[in-house]
Design a protein around this ligand. Structure first.
Ligand SMILES: *Cc1c(COP(=O)(O)O)cnc(C)c1O
Length: 833
């Protein structure tokens, strides 16, 4: 069957194709049923259908040259793809039917898929949600990333400690990807710059004596929701060139030459597991440049293939979105490619670069602001360092014109920080080289403008804009919560899947007792699934009548898992004292990975586990309090966790969490939030109404003002409950046979000027938790709040976010695949079939 025909009939022949792939493509006996090979055969069956629509989409984009967007990111936290593809292609019923012949259920087959864990946390997952929204909105957007052989490490808990295991996710191959060696690009490292004169007298530069690495693209299809669009995620793998080996080979050292391949191939070997902090390692800079260079060359080559060497309209037809500073080396790289390879002069190249680049900032934490040592940069990317110096000289010239004689300002704004050792400031490079700089929540953008990037905001205020994050409702509601999906569609129709704002129609039903009962019944079923996961993974029984209180996210001091633990200890202490008035029984779930080098974060994991051991063992706690640490938190576990959560913990120190997206997933699934005025929490509270959000804690302004003078020991001494909690910690109650292991945690808690303000927010947090208890005890009241959270989660769909990127940064438009094409339903905004 040809592609068009296959594309036109996605439901037909699924059973036959499954059989064929199982027996012929994979060469397996179709006697028994191996879930593993059935999974592989099913992916191939689905992929056939995607590939057909993929080609139709590509041709559509080529026919009509609307501006194409390239989303450059070192991370794409995709999770699993099978269920999402079945949902978006609308072939789940056909697949279920076909699987009956194998006496297998779909869920068991889906469980064979390993998560594509090519990211750390929020930033990487955002990129994945964006790809889903772009495809669903028929936008010509390509994701560019790295095909790490080893993704995010797996976490196991041994004796309460985190232990890391490598994630060899490609071990059994990846049936979703298609290798495209015909689009191999060559990436240069090392060497030196050589200047020469062109025959017309102009001075030019070339980069010589380089050590080259090949970049091989692997394409992964990104299907839109029932609209016939299939976009592309292109991931690069590093391979050695043949020449790389040849030099040494000719010198007689054959084995050394072959071994040298390793160095090139190391570039895409492993994802750096640091979330919101930078390692400063040479290999990391290699990864960044490898991605930026390969992707830019790819886009330029496609342009040249169609338009020749005329770049006058390039910026009107291309955009690059830089996901954090990680790929900002793309700024000087595009300058280099345009000038050194394609002969443009500086001014034309600069107009194209700033006209196409846009930079998204993801954090205010100083430790996350990337800088690269000038000496390392000069060794690894000498030609780019020349260009950065030139960008800086011209830029500081403009600053000097604006503020003559203001030398301090020039030093503050320089792309090169001179002391203590000269470094390149990647965020500043991103700002200067882009036409758009955006934060990811209203508060975050405001803090960027008045704090971190104040001088740049004064210089070019028009560049700065906000794009509050969002999450895709396909994965984070329709797929992960089929029970709620059915109830919602039964109540307001199913158009919400493509237009989440339609859930607002639920709001009038929040006061309807029969409806909230149905809503709570769904929650209870989801809690059963979550309890099963907890029992399987942690060996701890969660009771469905208790409140499920959940905090899952990367472990970081600013996210304040420690504050959560202090509350747990406080509840434990209350129950021990018999002070259970107004207390509601809780099951507390905490999960998340710590960066392997982040000692404090790892110690907090150990603390959670030790507290869990003491609490869960104590028979007096049984009816009041249980606590578990879920290991190896990842996308596929979040898909079970957020539907079964009652209370969502979003308790970061105000002014530290740029946006958060976990908060949005919980909200969509009807969890009520306890949180600070930080990141997107502020907008969540605004959307759902202050009565339906448990607010506590200092504001960002108060944190800034109180920090220096903050004296945690005085706060502890002045609060009896907190004093008792800290005393339990300090007297070793949770580490009787492990003397002193929590001393660093206690010291941090008491540190004068504690930047995380844990002690300072304790009282307010505990009071808010008391209000939570009271509300949860009132089933009607809680049901109402829960419904309203789902109802008003519409603005946190990444479709809304992407519509804003589309209109305000990219200025591109949709190219829907024509209506006679397969399985095409109305896109976002229309009624889904
Ligand atoms: C959504 C998500 C995150 C981000 O969570 P925050 O609470 O916003 O930090 C991190 N990891 C995974 C696996 C996620 O799904």
């Amino acid at each position: 069957m040809n592609a068009e025909k296959l594309a036109a009939r996605p439901q037909s022949g699924i059973g036959d194709d499954l059989q064929r792939h199982y027996a012929l493509t994979l060469g397996r006996d179709d006697a028994g049923c191996s879930h593993h090979y059935l999974y592989q055969a099913l992916v191939l069956t689905v992929r056939d259908r995607l590939v057909a629509q993929w080609r139709v989409t590509r041709e559509r984009y080529q026919r009509e040259p609307v501006k194409a967007v390239n989303y450059l990111s070192l991370e794409f936290l995709m999770g699993r793809s099978l269920n999402n593809a079945l949902l978006n292609l609308d072939i789940q019923p056909g697949v279920r039917e076909a699987l009956q012949a194998w006496a297998c259920d779909l869920e068991a087959v889906e469980d064979e898929e390993l998560d594509a864990g090519l990211g750390n946390g929020g930033l990487g997952r955002l990129a994945a949600c964006f790809l889903d929204s772009c495809a669903t909105m028929s936008l010509p957007v390509t994701g560019y990333g790295i095909r790490y052989e080893y993704g995010m490490f797996h976490q196991r808990i041994e004796n309460g400690y985190q232990v890391e295991f490598p994630d060899r996710w490609l071990r059994h191959g990846n049936p979703w990807e298609i290798e495209c060696p015909e689009f191999t690009r060559r990436v240069l490292f090392g060497g030196r710059t050589e200047f020469y004169r062109e025959s017309d007298g102009s001075q030019r530069a070339r980069w010589v004596d380089t050590h080259d690495v090949l970049a091989i693209p692997y394409d992964i299809p990104v299907p839109g929701y029932r609209n016939g669009t299939v976009n592309t995620l292109r991931l690069w793998k590093a391979e050695a060139t043949d020449e790389f080996d040849l030099e040494e080979f000719n010198a007689g050292s054959y084995t050394d030459a072959v071994a040298a391949k390793n160095q090139a191939e190391q570039i895409t070997m492993v994802l750096y597991p640091n979330d919101a902090s930078e390692a400063g390692k040479e290999l990391r800079l290699r990864q960044q440049y490898f991605l930026a260079s390969a992707s830019l060359q790819d886009v330029l080559q496609q342009w040249i293939a169609r338009r020749g060497n005329d770049f006058s309209e390039f910026a009107a037809h291309n955009a690059f979105q830089l996901n954090d500073t990680h790929p900002t080396v793309a700024v000087p790289e595009l300058m280099r490619l345009l000038m050194d390879l394609h002969g443009l002069d500086w001014d034309r190249a600069w107009a194209i670069t700033t006209g196409t680049m846009a930079y998204t900032n993801h954090t205010l934490l100083p430790e996350a602001l990337e800088v690269w040592s000038v000496s390392l940069f000069g060794e690894l990317l000498p030609r780019l360092l020349d260009i950065i110096y030139e960008i800086n000289a011209r830029f500081l010239g403009e600053v000097a014109d604006r503020w003559p004689g203001d030398i301090e300002r020039q030093a503050r704004m320089s792309l090169i920080q001179e002391a203590p050792e000269p470094v390149v400031r990647m965020a500043y490079l991103g700002i200067v080289g882009s036409h758009s700089v955006n934060g990811v929540a209203a508060l975050h953008t405001q803090l960027l403008k008045q704090g971190l990037f104040r001088d740049f905001h004064a210089f070019s205020p028009e560049k700065f804009n906000n794009k509050t994050n969002g999450v895709t409702p396909r994965r984070w509601l329709a797929h992960c919560n089929p029970r709620l999906k059915a109830l919602l569609s039964d109540t307001v129709g199913n158009a919400w899947i493509g237009n989440l704002e339609q859930l607002a129609a639920l709001a009038p039903r929040a006061g309807d007792a029969a409806f909230t009962e149905r809503f709570l019944a769904v929650k209870r079923d989801n809690k059963r699934d979550l309890a099963e996961l907890v029992e399987r993974e942690c060996g701890i029984r969660f009771d469905l009548d208790m409140m499920f209180d959940v905090q899952v996210k990367r472990i970081h001091e600013y996210k304040r898992q420690l504050l959560n633990v202090l509350h747990v200890i406080h509840v434990y202490d209350r129950v021990q004292r018999g002070d259970t008035d107004g207390l509601h029984p809780r099951c507390v779930l905490i999960g998340g990975k710590a960066a392997p080098g982040y000692a404090m974060a790892k110690r907090i994991i150990k603390l959670v586990n030790n507290v869990a051991t003491v609490v869960n063992r104590d028979p007096r706690m049984r009816d009041w309090l249980r606590i578990a640490f879920v290991p190896d938190y990842r996308v596929s576990t979040m898909e079970v966790i957020c539907p079964g959560t009652d209370l969502s913990e979003q308790i970061s120190t105000a002014g530290k969490e740029a946006s958060g997206t976990g908060n949005m997933k919980f909200m969509m699934n009807g969890a009520v939030t306890i949180g600070t005025l930080d990141g997107a929490n502020i907008e969540i509270r605004e959307a759902v109404g202050e009565d339906n959000f448990f607010l506590f804690g200092l504001t960002a302004t108060e944190v800034e003002a109180a920090r220096q003078s903050c004296d945690p020991s005085a706060i502890i001494a002045g609060d009896e409950d907190l004093a008792r909690v800290v005393n339990l910690l300090e007297c070793g109650h949770f580490n009787l046979l492990e003397g002193g292991i929590f001393e660093p945690v206690c010291a941090a808690l008491r540190a004068p000027g504690d930047p995380w303000m844990t002690a300072a927010d304790f009282r307010s947090y505990v009071d808010a938790q008391r209000r939570v208890d009271a509300s949860f005890a009132d089933r009607r009241a809680w049901g109402r709040m829960s419904v309203l959270n789902t109802a008003f989660s519409g603005r946190f769909s990444s479709d809304r976010t992407i519509a804003q990127y589309r209109d305000e940064i990219w200025r591109t438009r949709a190219l829907p695949v024509s209506a006679h094409s397969p399985g095409v339903g109305p896109a976002v905004g229309g009624a889904a079939p």
